[in-house]
Design a protein around this ligand. Structure first.
Ligand SMILES: Nc1nc2c(c(=O)[nH]1)N[C@H]1C(S)=C(S)[C@@H](COP(=O)(O)O)O[C@H]1N2
Ligand SMILES: [Mo]
Length: 525
């Protein structure tokens, strides 16, 4: 009697290790590809992969972030994304190896990864419900692929040659399905990344368009506007990658110039809507402007200078025709940030406020407001320099607050006269004798007429000023002091273009900008 049929159960099918690992890796790959494609189609910032990367950056302890910046420089982001890919690959392999009999462990791992993507997207800076599509689609694709491929792989493991889908041998079905998933994931991911790149291409086109446009250029910078070559101090024009950056956007809005428009409305005689083409149809002007952040401490580095190209904001306003009582221009960015600028300041003759498109010979970098931002000489950024600006509402200060004003910062935000000592560097050791002291001073739009320095409480002596560019920019200065061996303190103070000395009174940055004479401690030997 043959009992084997009734007593010996067939061994539970088991996947080989390579096949089990490959199934999970393909499923995770499919999830990433689908997520990237959906994000590319709907909203580049909803990519679960990039959102998790951003979350890592945000949650990383500051020492880790600083280490990454110093070790990898501007490549820190690609390094992070590549590192995440390696981690995901290892997690997928481990999940696959744990799923040789059942796909449940791999499903749990993919579910957890999917949840991480969803949470990261939801916690993103500019979350909108539609942003859920990409991470949800990614998780669904990953789960579907792992279950389907696992089922096909188990069937093939039991009887590779038995007929499967459409009568093809099961092993052939498995290989075909796996290849289709792999190729599909790569293609989806590639298309998604390419779609998300729209901003990059749009920037390149706008840079070319600016280069070809007729721009009313400023005079070239006079020679001797800085001492960077001799002293290694701050350069007059700040290269874009070094321009200070302040905004509330955890993820830089990715816009296309072709899609951008600006609505001018509210208390106006005529509502306007301007596209980038409309801006190019107006006179373009070049203007060198030093921007300053109200949060800049005395001695701080939240101050930079660029040559901007744009259209006159005052002309746009006049065309819209502000109505009586419209004392505030409330500007809004695509990410919902707002600034309130005094209408009267922008309309002052010669103020030179811009809707800027260009910065130092190229289109605005994405992080500085591509495609269009406001720049108003003489006002701190928080009341004037809206990046990614899409809406100007003429209103009144009495009626509407703006982002930082509602949080306790001053309503008007004129820039205060300040200076900074760049040399000698803090706590540095220099040879005793004649010591070079150098720095910058600013008082937009009044300009700088004098800078004085004093060592160890001694008399004030006048520093030499670098060539003047205009009231809207900072001005470099240098001088010397005589010191013997030991510790010393050098102080500096600036006088603006109207002859007013900057105040010695120390004030905190809150509510309307720091004041006080900067001091630098160094030692001579
Ligand atoms: N959309 C948007 N624009 C913004 C801000 C912001 O948070 N969001 N910050 C403002 C502040 S406080 C300053 S000082 C300047 C800084 O501009 P920058 O980053 O190009 O140097 O941008 C202003 N424009
Ligand atoms: Mo700022």
């Amino acid at each position: 009697m043959d009992v084997s049929h009734t007593l010996a159960r067939p061994a539970a099918p088991v996947l080989s290790r390579p096949v089990a690992a490959a199934v999970a890796v393909l499923a995770v790959g499919a999830a990433l590809g689908v997520g990237q494609l959906a994000a590319g189609l709907l909203s580049p910032t909803s990519s679960p992969y990039l959102a998790v990367g951003d979350a890592v950056v945000r949650l990383a302890p500051p020492p880790v972030v600083e280490f990454a910046k110093s070790a990898f420089g501007t490549a820190d982001k690609p390094v992070l994304l590549a590192g995440m890919a390696v981690v995901l690959l290892l997690v997928a392999v481990a999940a696959g190896l744990a799923s040789r009999r059942s796909s449940v462990p791999a499903q749990v791992v993919i579910g957890v990864l999917g949840l991480a993507g969803i949470v990261a997207v939801v916690l993103g800076p500019a979350f909108a419900p539609a942003d859920l599509v990409a991470p949800l689609a990614a998780a669904a694709a990953g789960l579907w692929v792992v279950r389907t491929l696992h089922r096909l792989a188990l069937a093939a493991a039991v009887a590779p040659a038995a007929p499967g889908v459409r009568g093809l041998p099961r092993r052939t079905v498995l290989i075909g399905a796996s290849a289709a998933v792999g190729v599909g994931a790569l293609a989806a991911g590639g298309v998604g990344v390419a779609l998300g790149r729209g901003t990059v291409d749009s920037r390149t086109r706008l840079t070319q368009r600016l280069a070809a446009a007729t721009v009313v250029r400023e005079a070239p910078l006079p020679p001797g506007t800085d001492f960077a070559a001799e002293l290694g101090t701050t350069r007059f024009v700040t290269p874009n990658p070094e321009f200070y950056r302040i905004d509330t956007a955890l993820r830089v809005p990715q816009l296309r110039a072709e899609d951008w428009s600006l609505r001018v409305h509210g208390r106006v005689a005529r509502e306007l809507t301007l596209t980038v083409d409309d801006l190019f149809a107006r006179p373009l002007v070049e203007r060198t402007i030093t921007m300053t952040c109200v949060s800049n401490e005395v001695g701080g580095d939240l101050v930079s200078t660029a040559r901007f190209v744009g259209v006159e904001l005052a002309d746009v306003l006049r065309e819209a025709g502000p109505l009586p009582g419209a004392d505030q221009i409330l500007s809004t960015s695509t990410d919902g940030w707002t600034a309130g600028t005094p209408t009267g300041v922008v309309l002052e003759p010669g103020r030179g406020a811009l809707l800027a498109l260009g910065m130092n010979g190229e289109a605005l970098p994405a992080e500085h407001g591509f495609p269009v931002r406001m720049v108003v000489p003489g006002l701190y950024g928080y009341v004037s320099a809206t990046k990614w600006v899409t809406d100007l509402e003429l209103t009144s200060f009495a009626d509407r607050g703006s982002y930082w004003v509602r949080r306790g910062w001053g309503e008007r935000g004129p820039i205060k006269t300040e200076c900074r000592i760049d040399l000698p560097r803090g706590f540095s050791q220099v040879p005793a004798g004649r010591v070079t002291v150098a720095g910058i001073a600013w008082s937009q739009p009044r300009g700088i007429s004098r800078v004085e320095i004093s060592v160890d409480g001694g008399p004030w002596t006048e520093a030499q000023l670098a060539a003047e560019v205009g009231g809207n920019t900072w001005r470099m200065w240098r001088g010397t002091v005589e010191v013997g061996p030991g510790s010393h303190t050098v102080r500096a103070r600036a006088t603006d273009g109207l002859g007013d000395l900057q105040t010695e009174q120390r004030a905190d940055v809150l509510p309307d900008g720091a004041t006080g004479w900067p001091a630098m401690i160094f030692s001579a030997a």
